[in-house]
Design a protein around this ligand. Structure first.
Ligand code: DX5
Ligand code: ZN
Length: 223
């Protein structure tokens, strides 16, 4: 089952509720929220207050991608704000197992994310405890970057591991997902497709979401 997760990083923040509603009408089934701290990644974005406002504006799950150091310090605040799914970076968590447990204990779905340079196999031990694994297909920190082609190999490796281990976590991809890359990522095994610029960058979010989803589902049907 292919799902589209509009990333609001590329949205017009002055009209966030309208932008999210348009992306939902276009077929978005969860909202991807990028949290950046200026330390783990070289950019700042938003925090729990924006999640709290979004919670009132949509009933879709809020998929919070934490690109921050010391995520444990903030996980309760995201739970309080109404986040549903929370993913943390392998690279930011020296005690990843404990952090994933904390997310689950706070009533949210835990996910783990890896940067382009991190091998999928580093996640083997924690795969049984995650709801989703996010493969970054750009270096995190900014929207609108070019898709890194070797991400496809990593998606395939993750799909193989899931099959071999008999697990059911979802495979998510984030970065440079657009009309020119969507067929490849779907055919490599991605199911949760995060897209920022391709949805909110130009034109109408509703139409952009709909056409990207059509292309993704066509590619899945051919896989
Ligand atoms: C990048 C973020 C992405 C970003 C993707 O660090 O994690 O979610 O919004 O943007 P696009 O789809 O423009 O590559
Ligand atoms: Zn993201």
């Amino acid at each position: 089952m292919i799902e589209l997760l509009p990333s609001i990083l590329a949205a017009d923040f002055a009209h966030l509720a309208d932008q999210v509603a348009a992306a939902e009408r276009g077929g978005g089934t969860a909202i991807h929220v990028d949290i950046m701290d200026g330390h783990f990644v070289p950019n700042l974005s938003m925090g729990p207050p924006v999640v709290k406002s979004l919670r009132k504006a949509t009933s879709l799950p809020l998929d919070c991608h934490l690109m921050i150091d010391n995520p444990n310090d903030f996980i309760p605040a995201f739970a309080e704000a109404g986040a549903n799914w929370v993913s943390v970076h392998y690279e930011a968590c020296p005690h990843l197992h404990r952090t994933l447990q904390l997310i689950a204990h706070q009533g949210m779905k835990p996910g783990v994310v890896i940067n382009p340079a991190t091998p999928v196999d580093f996640l083997i031990e924690v795969l049984p405890m995650v709801h989703h694994v996010l493969i970054m297909s750009v270096n995190p920190g900014f929207g609108g970057q070019e898709f890194i082609p070797f991400s496809l190999k990593k998606l395939r490796r993750l799909a193989d591991l899931r099959r071999a281990l008999g697990l059911a976590f979802k495979i998510e991809v984030d970065g440079g997902v657009a009309h020119d890359t969507v067929a490849q990522v779907v055919q490599a095994g991605a199911e949760l497709l995060v897209a920022g610029s391709a949805i909110f960058g130009a034109g109408q979010p509703e139409e952009n979401a709909r056409s990207l989803l059509v292309a993704a589902r066509q590619a899945a049907a051919q896989a």
